[in-house]
Design a protein around this ligand. Structure first.
Ligand SMILES: Nc1ncnc2c1ncn2[C@@H]1O[C@H](COP(=O)(O)OP(=O)(O)OP(=O)(O)O)[C@@H](O)[C@H]1O
Ligand SMILES: [Mg+2]
Length: 270
């Protein structure tokens, strides 16, 4: 697959000290390991060979390694784990693809991780994972069911997913309602990492509503697609909440760099 994700500048985006967060309770290893055991619905992980789910298709490839670098940065800044909002200025810039791969990568390290699909407007997680969602996350956000009832758990790694099943009438109301807050509080207590796949930042208020419920915001920018003005507007809106930028599809402009690294990292030719 011809793409490369590059993560820049997580470290330089200001002070990142989760120990200063009064909402973060200490979690013991027993707590977090317990979260990855049974009681959740089964989540079969399937991917087509040409899927963008790199941990299924090319787990030793360059793109997977870029996610592992991001994971390294995140663990350094948030040794106890964190809740991460993944958004982008506009639509179709790669939020869902990056949120799933990042969650998969975090789970790969053994840390119980939840991918929470909070884009109730254009949900795509179920389709990307080819998962028939038994109980949509929207039912937990509306208070119909308990949070645990909407979470699926993979069997070979501690990856958990809460995805949308059906479109809702008023997504904005649901996102800013008490149910979303309750869901995030629950998730924060159960999982070491929570990756929130959010709607785009600029067309609706949802992502900004979700920002204060999370520890850090990562902004996906699609190289040669996202207009500079929209990036600047996003930086203004997010301010100090912005902790990192994911450059999506960066290989288009760094092709020689990509080839050089791929040559180094790929299997030796005989
Ligand atoms: N780096 C990439 N390489 C190849 N395809 C990609 C890449 N990033 C995204 N895509 C493809 O672009 C499309 C949009 O990606 P994705 O759904 O992740 O974007 P999004 O920002 O979540 O969109 P939306 O705003 O609709 O929620 C998908 O078909 C996805 O597979
Ligand atoms: Mg999406």
């Amino acid at each position: 697959m011809n793409y490369l994700n590059r993560v820049s500048d997580l470290a330089s985006k200001g002070s990142l000290n989760p120990a200063l967060d009064p909402n973060r309770r200490e979690r013991s290893v027993a707590d977090v390991v317990g979260a990855s055991r049974n009681g959740f619905k089964p989540l079969p992980l399937k991917a087509d060979p040409d899927s963008t789910l790199v941990f299924a298709t090319e787990p030793t490839g360059l793109a997977a390694e870029q996610y592992r670098q991001l994971r390294r940065n995140l663990i350094e800044h948030y040794p106890e784990g964190a809740t991460l909002l993944v958004t982008s200025p506009a639509q179709a810039e790669g939020k869902t693809m990056n949120a799933i791969n990042l969650a998969w990568c975090l789970a790969e390290s053994g840390a119980p991780t939840l991918l929470f699909e909070a884009d109730l407007r254009r949900p795509a997680v179920a389709q990307t994972l080819r998962w028939t969602v038994p109980q949509g996350v929207e039912t937990a956000l509306s208070g119909e069911v308990e949070p645990k009832a909407v979470v699926g758990a993979a069997d070979h790694l501690p990856l958990h997913v809460a995805a949308v099943s059906k479109p809702v009438k008023d997504p904005g109301q649901l996102i800013k309602g008490a149910g979303t807050r309750r869901f995030m509080d629950w998730a924060r207590g159960q999982f070491r990492w929570v990756v929130v796949d959010a709607p785009p930042l600029l067309p609706a208020a949802d992502a900004l509503e979700l920002c204060p419920l999370t520890d850090a915001t990562l902004l996906v920018v699609r190289v040669r697609v996202t207009p500079r003005e929209l990036m600047e507007r996003s930086f203004q809106l997010l301010g100090s909440r912005l902790r990192g930028i994911i450059l999506n599809e960066a290989s288009l402009c760094w092709d020689s760099y990509h080839r050089y690294l791929a040559h180094y990292y790929g299997p030796r030719s005989k």
